[in-house]
Design a protein around this ligand. Structure first.
Ligand code: AKG
Ligand code: FE2
Length: 273
């Protein structure tokens, strides 16, 4: 992670890295998503889990050097979902209630009170808590359906104006409209990646780009020592991954390093569920 990337990630709570993937990777990965892959754990999509560009950044914002090595990562992956949104898609056209809920600007847990999923920066170090990595496999144009963000809101001190300070979204806030107006999104070519802390206010938007669908992979990462999502990933799939990649799915604990029992590899007995 460059000092510039770190500056903007800390300031805004998200960064965009344009055109990371090669044209041939984009073709392969898009084909898998359009062919029905629901998750990014297999095939060419699996390469995204620990793509070198995001490993460098996640090491900086989600890990400590003494907890990663050439054989294991210093962070965990705990969720992966793909998304295809055709031109004209909106929340009401989705089968599940998910996008209706996520179209309300929301967070994992409001950062105004201390919480274990939250964003921190101290001693020159960022710790971004629950962290999302979005791979955009088609072109995205600002204002036409990208994920949108309220820059800086991962460090908000005052609540969103709604009735319940513990509510993880801005529903019933009298300022909802102004909050939405203040939100930003991005344009990017296919093969770009967006990284954001889930403590940042963000939202799903209708896909109005008439020229191509949205085709994206949403992977979620966390500390070695915290878990938000139920992983629900079959052992067999993890076992077929290269050894280092498997460590993304190890159990969520640490104590034992000084007794020679470091949590540095995945096994059927040491997996997050
Ligand atoms: O649908 C989107 O663009 C955003 C999804 C979302 O809320 C998330 O990734 O946490
Ligand atoms: Fe979200």
């Amino acid at each position: 992670m460059t000092p510039e990337q770190k500056f903007f990630f800390d300031l805004k709570g998200w960064i965009l890295l344009p055109a990371v993937l090669s044209p041939s990777d984009i073709v392969k990965m898009k084909a898998e998503v359009y062919d029905g892959a629901q998750r990014g754990y297999e095939g060419a999509l699996q390469e995204l889990l620990d793509h070198p560009v995001i490993v460098g950044i996640l090491n900086e914002i989600l890990a400590e050097p003494s907890f990663f090595s050439k054989n294991c990562y210093g962070f965990r992956c705990e969720s992966s979902v793909t998304m295809v949104r055709q031109p004209g898609w909106d929340m009401s056209k989705d089968d599940g209630a998910g996008p209706v809920a996520t179209s309300i600007p929301h967070v994992v847990i409001p950062p105004q009170h201390a919480n274990v999923m939250g964003y921190q920066a101290k001693g020159g170090k960022v710790f971004s808590g629950l962290t999302r990595v979005v791979w955009e496999l088609e072109e995205v144009r600002s204002g036409q359906g990208a994920t949108s963000f309220l820059d800086g809101s991962h460090k908000a001190h005052f609540n969103y104006g709604g009735p319940d300070p513990y509510r993880p979204n801005i529903s019933e806030s009298p300022w909802e409209e102004n909050i939405r107006i203040a939100m930003n999104d991005y344009s990017c070519p296919a093969g770009s990646v967006v990284i954001f802390t889930e403590s940042l206010i963000h939202a799903t938007n209708a896909w109005t780009n008439p020229d191509n669908p949205r085709c994206a992979v949403f992977n979620c990462y966390n500390s070695l020592w915290a878990q938000w999502h139920r992983l629900n990933l079959e052992h067999q799939i993890i076992e077929n991954m290269p050894v280092k990649r498997r460590s993304l799915f190890r159990g969520t604990w640490e104590m034992g390093k000084s007794y020679g029992k470091a949590n540095n590899s995945y096994s059927i007995d040491n997996r997050s569920l």
